[in-house]
Design a protein around this ligand. Sequence first.
Ligand code: 13P
Length: 271
Amino acid sequence: MRDVVIAANWKMNTTPADAGELAASLAAATRHPEVVRVICPPYLSLAAVGRAVAGEGIEVGAQDVHHEASGAYTGAISAPMLAGLATWVILGHSERRRDQGETDALVNRKLHRALASGLRPIVCVGEVLADRDAGRAEAVVAGQVRGCLARIDSETLLAGGLVIAYEPVWAIGTGRTASGADAAAMSAAIRAVLAEVGSTRLADSVPVLYGGSVTSANVGEFLVEPSIDGALVGGASLKPDEMAGIVARAAVTATARAVVEAASRPADDRR
Ligand code: 13P
């Protein structure tokens, strides 16, 4: 049974002075342990968020990590620096691809580093509008998945708990979303690549999230799709009321999956 994951990407918002209060509010609003809940604040707020959510069952993630462990990389943050502060990391977000020129090859190096360091990775992929309009969205995303996962074997990806977030670039921060059906079709395309480069078990096990203008009002459209396992939430993740609705809806899916899973087990195992 795949995890249902709701990850909050705070992007470049909050300061160390106010992040703890927001994280505590989010924790109080989202007490559904059946949902894997992750908050990814800016690096400088990791410690404050970690303190605020201690004992809440919420995990903390970074928004990026450097591909080297140390060295002459001014301004960069490495995996060893995140020890004790973050257990997850977002990689290859489209804003970093756009603003920092990150390529699939670089994301692949970062993924190697994250997996070697015990950071659970959320690898972001997604097409720009021109790709979708030209009918090549699935080919573009498939190419991104192949590039990001290159030369990493299936067992390593499974052991590291790989998560993939499908975030169409044209849906990020725009109020536009993909349809649930289009997101599900993309999830199927992503799983086909996972089967091709890894294994059927990898394809069946990796949670695929949707991201792009997710709100409490539209998250259900994605979570009704069996191939979509949660959401990577930007703007709405800064609003406790929104996150309350999003996580509550995810809890419905997580509970339904647990019921199906229990029913599919042989009677002997259920006792
Ligand atoms: P929005 O939810 O603000 O569109 O951002 C999505 C995103 O980029 C999450 O990583």
